[in-house]
Design a protein around this ligand. Structure first.
Ligand code: XBP
Ligand code: MG
Length: 241
């Protein structure tokens, strides 16, 4: 039977990408004196690469091939990227601290029901642990972060999604087989990661950047979890057997 839910964070718990991570990256670029700006559209393309540091490296290779790092200020490109990512994380956490990004519809309801039923909760995400904590603590449920027994996040694994490493780590830390868990994701990269770790029960709640992606292998794809009484929810199915 079902023993644990393993949640993705960005796009799944909250719509963090367009109005959270993206402006935080742009703020870090501007304050470093860089003329980089990630529009809503460009960011959609860049999301193909998971991980903020990896995404910046990809942007440089694809869109700024001529870029040369200011050697007076940074030892090399990696040092610049590490600096930008630290600052970006600070901007992002500050935004969340102001209550800037709510949990998606139905997320808190599902977490409360699972928590009350003794279903174990875990996270498997590409973003940093501090971002996860800041998001969970920014909402209306005090102590929500403590409901999660396992938070597998960020650079703790060698390869980020779509590689299976982060879901494998979450399963290992839960000490459960994939067959006892349901993964909840919003992106193709996330679905590939979960499937690669053997998770077959896979619920996808598409988000603003992922609506048109390929979710083959997912058990159920919906546009949101929704709340009871929300008419959009009545039309959708149930995770079922
Ligand atoms: C999330 C990511 C992250 C965020 C930015 O993917 O790819 O890189 O965009 O966060 P997923 P960081 O939802 O599949 O985990 O800058 O902290 O990486
Ligand atoms: Mg996601």
């Amino acid at each position: 039977g079902l023993q644990a839910l393993i949640f993705d964070v960005d796009g799944t718990l909250a719509d963090t990408e367009r109005d959270g991570h993206r402006p935080a990256f742009n703020a870090a670029f501007a304050e470093a004196g860089l003329d980089w700006h990630w529009s809503v559209e460009l960011y959609g393309e860049l999301l193909a690469v998971t991980g903020g540091k990896e995404r910046m490296r990809h942007y440089l290779a694809q869109y700024r091939p001529e870029f040369e790092v200011d050697r007076q200020a940074y030892a090399d490109v990696d040092a610049l990227i590490a600096h930008l990512h630290r600052r970006k994380t600070e901007h992002y956490v500050a935004l969340l601290g102001k209550g800037g990004i709510p949990l998606r519809s139905g997320v808190l309801r599902l977490l409360r029901e699972a928590h009350a039923a003794g279903v174990r909760l875990a996270i498997a995400t590409t973003t940093t642990p501090e971002n996860v904590t800041a998001l969970l603590e920014s909402g209306p449920e005090p102590g929500l972060v403590d409901w999660f027994e396992v938070i597998a996040a960020g650079d703790v694994v060698r390869e980020k999604k779509p590689a299976p490493d982060i879901f494998e780590l979450a399963l290992a830390q839960l000490n459960l087989p994939a067959s006892a868990c349901v993964a909840i994701e919003d992106s193709e990269n996330g679905v590939r990661s979960a499937l690669g770790a053997g998770l077959e029960a896979l619920l996808v709640t598409t988000s603003c950047y992922t609506e048109t992606q390929d979710f083959s292998g997912a058990t159920l794809v919906v546009d949101q979890l929704g709340e009871p009484g929300d008419p959009a929810r009545a039309a959708r199915g149930d995770l079922g057997g």
